[in-house]
Design a protein around this ligand. Structure first.
Ligand code: HEM
Length: 173
């Protein structure tokens, strides 16, 4: 997190598991369920925790990221990505009915999140880099605050098959 001279290094573990295809009327969505867990380098206590889904609709190239943070905050960010994209961005803005942010009253009044933008770059087969900019309006500050985060994550384990594929593999014959 960097702004106004404050920078805090962290270490992160992100687990992404494929889910079965989701149908929504005419829509077909592919997806991953994710959990990211972050610690400061010298602390066992959780620094940031986040869960959600990544969803992609091939027909429209639409990308959705849902996220929930245990401070009483949820958001859904959207963007587009081609099947072979190596770089893509999703964004959520306060007040949008389709790509918005909802915060519990304490956060909404004191640390209002105005927007959230995440860009992911895939570097080679096993490396993911992200840049995140969460713009907060803090109650006693005249200017919005850019809560920025970035990291480069290396794959440490192969993806698990989705539930239907796992069930099929377990069925004899
Ligand atoms: C790498 C990811 C992230 C890390 C390491 C991180 C870490 C932190 C930390 C350390 C604080 C200050 C806590 C305090 O002083 O009480 C904070 C504040 C905050 N973060 Fe994040 N954060 C991350 C991502 C996000 C995202 C994605 C959002 C929302 C979309 C978000 C929303 C907020 C809000 C609303 C606050 C202000 C509330 C408060 O200070 O209690 N953060 N974050």
């Amino acid at each position: 997190m960097v702004d106004g001279g404050l920078e805090e290094p962290y270490r992160e573990r992100m687990v992404l598991d494929p889910i079965d295809l989701q149908t929504n009327g005419p829509q077909l969505l592919y997806g991953l369920r994710y959990h990211t867990h972050i610690n400061k380098l010298d602390e066992v206590l959780t620094f940031h925790d986040q869960v959600g889904y990544w969803l992609w609709e091939p027909a429209t190239r639409t990308l959705l990221q849902t996220l929930a943070i245990p401070r009483g905050q949820v958001a859904m960010a959207t963007g587009t990505a081609e099947p072979d994209a190596r770089r893509f961005t999703v964004k959520a803005t306060l007040g949008s009915p389709t790509a918005g942010i909802v915060s519990a009253p304490f956060l909404h009044e004191n640390f209002k999140t105005l927007s959230y933008t995440l860009t992911i770059t895939l570097e080679g087969a096993d490396t993911l880099h992200y840049e995140e900019d969460t713009v907060l309006q803090i109650a006693d500050r005249p200017e919005p605050f850019h809560h920025t985060d970035s990291n480069t994550l290396k794959r440490v384990a192969a993806a698990k098959p989705n539930p239907a594929a796992l069930a099929a593999a377990a069925t004899p014959g």
